[in-house]
Write a protein that binds this ligand. Structure first.
Ligand code: ATP
Ligand code: MG
Length: 420
């Protein structure tokens, strides 16, 4: 049997790749409106970056990373997400020394060893944004707005925003104790992951996907009752700015990112009809991350959006993206001399900026006409040995069927005019 792609990775073939290109371009247009600039990150990093930057007690670091030793004996990991790398780059290049804030976007593949299923893969693509160097909660809302504008521009509807505040290390220590008191009597009934989380990081229990555990989460104490003054007032500001720009939201006190360096705002945008994998984009504030990876304190907020899930949601809603795959003209040839000349004109026409094609498969005239149709050519240029001798070609408007003759010496200029 011939070699197949590994489980959980996808080939993105045309016409799907056209959708990817379209989404990427649209997202880039929106990033320009908001003044976000692209950061192009490495695909692999030192494993330590993710251990420290995502956290030892997360699913990602505990079981999902593609980690290997390189030939120099270093532990390397294929990036499972982008935020840690963005922060590393920001610190490494001392971007904090420039005028702030720093607003980045990125696009690219991420790698996680997960159980592949609808909307969940081992190599998947994220569009992400990160704003560093500013802790004003207005920026939290700006980040959410960028994400929504991408969904809106694509024509996705019914996406719902859930927000929460996970507080700061100070207000969280009291909350953690309250959680432990609550869970202690139920501990035996919870899954083994939760039992481990109970010791190491009880907030992560709220994020458990196990149905039995979820039931116990419903009555658990909520972080919002434990916020310090500063965290509470920032959360109020986030909500009031969301109201100001009329973005509906639901406060979900169970929405957590249970690591010390996640702070304050956490959010998720879901499209409920996608089933279990319903989160289109998710993010939050991570004011402690810079220190965690050995640098200074850098306030930051961002999100990551899953490309595959966007595409699934678009399919689900029957959104047809306005993708233009038409070509301007197709050169149909009759005879071998014409075939050779056509190749020369094809090159000139493309150099002049026209989308042009011809046949390389030795098709009959009829076959070439069919091909011109299939490619949605606006014009067909018919070039026969006979026309060549006269120094002219026939141009057929494929929509109206009208035909006329033009001088070959004039062909490129004439086609440029007609295609405009
Ligand atoms: P989930 O709860 O779905 O596992 P997560 O919390 O692990 O998501 P993040 O790390 O916040 O996800 O990633 C942001 C977004 O990236 C998700 O909302 C989703 O759209 C997408 N994503 C995450 N993991 C995968 C995956 N394995 N395959 C496809 N898309 C993914
Ligand atoms: Mg996950």
């Amino acid at each position: 049997m011939s070699v197949k792609a590994p489980r959980g990775v996808n080939d993105i073939l045309p016409p799907d790749s056209f959708k990817w290109q379209y989404i990427r371009r649209k997202a880039e247009e929106i990033f320009e409106l908001y003044n976000y600039e692209e950061i192009i990150l490495p695909i692999f990093e030192h494993t330590e970056l993710f251990q420290r930057g995502i956290g030892e007690t997360t699913d990602i670091v505990e079981k999902e990373m593609y980690t290997f030793e390189d030939k120099g004996g270093r532990s390397i990991t294929l990036r499972p997400e982008g935020t840690a790398s963005v922060m590393r780059a920001y610190l490494e290049h001392k971007i904090y020394g420039q005028s702030q804030p720093t607003k980045y976007f990125y696009f690219g593949p991420m790698f996680r060893y997960e159980r592949p299923q609808a909307g969940r893969f081992r190599q998947f693509y994220q569009i992400g944004v990160e704003v560093l160097g500013v802790d004003n909660p207005a920026v939290d809302v700006e980040v959410i707005l960028v994400g929504f504008q991408i969904l809106d521009t694509l024509g996705l509807k019914d996406c719902k925003l859930y927000i929460n505040s996970v507080g700061c290390p100070e207000c969280r220590s009291a909350y953690r104790e309250a959680l432990k008191d609550y869970f202690k009597p139920h501990l035996e009934k919870l899954c083994s992951d939760c039992q481990r989380r109970f010791e190491r990081n009880p907030m992560r229990m709220l994020d458990c996907k196990n149905e039995d555990c979820k039931r116990h989460m419903e009555k658990a104490p909520v972080i919002l009752d434990y916020l310090c003054e500063d965290c509470a007032s920032d959360f109020d500001k986030v909500k009031s700015y969301l109201d100001l720009v009329q973005i509906p939201y639901e406060v979900d006190p169970g929405l957590v990112r249970g690591l010390d360096y996640y702070t304050k705002t956490a959010f998720e945008v879901k499209y409920s009809k996608l089933g279990a994998q319903d989160t289109l984009f998710a993010g939050g504030r991570y004011d402690g991350l810079g220190e965690e990876i050995g640098g200074k304190r850098v306030p930051g907020i961002g999100f990551a959006m899953g490309m595959e899930r966007l595409i699934l949601a678009l399919k689900y809603q029957n959104v047809e993206l306005p993708i233009n795959r038409n070509i301007d003209l197709f050169i149909t040839t009759i005879g071998s001399k014409a075939e050779k000349e056509a190749f020369k004109y094809l090159n000139q026409l493309r150099r002049a900026g026209l989308k042009a094609a011809m046949d390389y498969m030795g098709r009959s005239v009829k076959g070439q006409m069919k091909m011109a149709d299939r490619l949605n050519a606006r014009y067909s240029i018919i070039l026969g040995d006979e026309e060549l001798d006269k120094g002219s070609a026939t141009i057929r408007n494929m929509e109206t069927g009208e035909q006329d003759e033009v001088k070959l010496s004039n062909l490129v200029e004439e086609m440029k005019k007609r295609v405009k």
